[in-house]
Design a protein around this ligand. Structure first.
Ligand SMILES: [Fe+2]
Ligand SMILES: [Fe+2]
Length: 449
């Protein structure tokens, strides 16, 4: 494929071809003799207008026609008018006697003739006029050739541009298709990453049932605060994932350690309890993508005044993600402490005393709006009431107030468990096999039907 503009087109006519038309052969002979010295010219003759037109039709274009005016059948002006229609660019000179001057002037005015020369002519004047006419013709031809060249190059450039545009579009489409497929794969990876984090968070909750939904609530609060601080999407997601996994190190706790409130641990148990931040970091450290989360997990029990663990970091030396998790973790736990009353308002009062000591005071403002946003939909501010229900009357979302045992004393569900369709079905099934004597105490929101 040739993508370069081609070479210029060849000349359209031979610039030296001259046609002499006169019914008097002597005149054409005399002219031929006069022009014989000019080797650049190729001379043709005709003895009438009609013969001249025939030559014009059959031969390549002439540069110049010199025609006598006074000829039988067809005058010179008539012949030159026809010639003009056949070859408008050919130069035309009329030879005329004194009596035909007016016809010659009219012919010039109509554009049929370039010049007229009177007979008998002056050789010098005739040669100079022919030379001038030939130059005029050559100039016109050169101009035409250049115009054609410009038009051709323009068209080729347009085609070239068109092809280029098409190729760019094809490549753009290919890149877009690849980018779409990459984006889809990335989305799948992101989804499976999020699902893996959620599964891991679920495992933590299966071990530590004291505060159902804790990791999920902390993650939601942390992500909303991060958003409020203006962090970017990826940074928000990392903070959210770290918040979901912040207590993953507790999986290794004994059942006893899990059961005791941290405030009531003895020194040995406290030592063990504090290990959960380091174990949490170590658990996910083998995965390079999770290492940054590991750092946040390690420091989520640091306190702003430097009195926390494991490293006693203070102020801004505590990674921002860890400071956010500390806020979310503290507040969410407090909500569970007050679950039977106006938990949300009580927890807000408690956290007020922690800014600047345990928690970063710079996060207070963003926390308040995030908490209002996250927990308003969770209805923590509603008061809860206690009800005693038969297994058949249990509903999803209710919370078990005391440990639930079967009729023969096997622990069925721990207190604090939120009822789901699955565990309600399991309780009803076991109730028919090993019925318990008393109704089940549950906490339900006053807003529940
Ligand atoms: Fe923790
Ligand atoms: Fe926690």
């Amino acid at each position: 494929m040739n993508n370069q503009p081609s070479s210029p087109p060849e000349n359209i006519a031979d610039p030296g071809r001259i046609l002499l038309v006169d019914d008097e052969v002597n005149i054409t002979r005399a002219l031929r003799r006069l022009l014989a010295s000019c080797t650049d010219y190729e001379i043709h003759t005709a003895t009438s207008g009609s013969e001249g037109l025939e030559l014009l039709k059959t031969m390549p274009a002439f540069a110049l026609i010199i025609s006598d005016q006074r000829m039988p059948q067809m005058t010179g002006v008539e012949f030159l008018q026809h010639a003009c229609q056949l070859h408008p660019e050919t130069m035309r000179i009329l030879l005329t006697g004194y009596a035909d001057i007016n016809a010659s002037i009219a012919a010039i005015n109509q554009g049929a003739v370039y010049r007229y020369l009177s007979k008998p002519w002056q050789d010098d004047e005739l040669l100079a006029t022919i030379d001038e006419a030939m130059k005029h013709y050559q100039l016109t031809q050169e101009n035409k050739r250049l115009n054609a060249l410009v038009a051709q190059q323009k068209e080729e450039l347009e085609q070239w541009n068109q092809r280029l545009k098409q190729r760019v579009m094809e490549q753009t489409n290919q890149i877009r298709a690849k980018s779409d497929s990459l984006a889809e794969k990335n989305q799948r990876l992101r989804n499976s990453f999020n699902e893996t984090i959620a599964i891991m968070a679920g495992l933590i909750e299966m071990r530590d049932r004291k505060v159902p939904g804790h990791a999920r609530n902390v993650a939601e609060l942390v992500a909303t605060m991060a958003e409020g601080l203006g962090l970017k999407g990826d940074e928000i997601n990392r903070c959210r994932a770290a918040a979901q996994l912040h207590d993953i190190g507790k999986i290794a706790f004994s059942d006893e350690l899990l059961r005791i409130n941290p405030q009531h641990l003895d020194p040995g148990q406290m030592l063990e309890y504090r290990q959960h931040v380091i174990r949490g970091q170590a658990a996910i450290d083998p995965v390079p993508e999770l290492r940054e989360l590991g750092v946040m997990i390690r420091h989520h029990h640091e306190k702003f005044d430097g009195s926390g663990f494991p490293d006693g970091l203070a102020g801004k030396n505590i990674p921002l993600g860890a400071r956010l998790i500390a806020v979310g973790d503290f507040f969410e736990r407090k909500l569970h402490d007050f679950v039977e009353a106006a938990a949300y308002d009580e927890a807000l009062l408690v956290i007020e005393a922690e800014w600047g000591t345990r928690l970063d005071p710079a996060l207070k403002k963003v926390f308040k709006s995030a908490a209002a946003e996250v927990f308003s939909v969770m209805d923590f501010s509603a008061t809860f009431i206690e009800r005693k229900l038969a297994p058949i009357d249990l509903e999803e979302g209710m919370q078990l107030l005391h440990n639930l045992y079967t009729g023969t004393g096997v622990l069925l569900l721990k207190k604090g468990t939120i009822f789901t369709a699955e565990n309600i079905e399991a309780i009803n099934r076991i109730y028919t096999l090993d019925p318990f004597e008393r109704d089940i105490s549950v906490l339900i929101s006053k807003k529940s039907p």
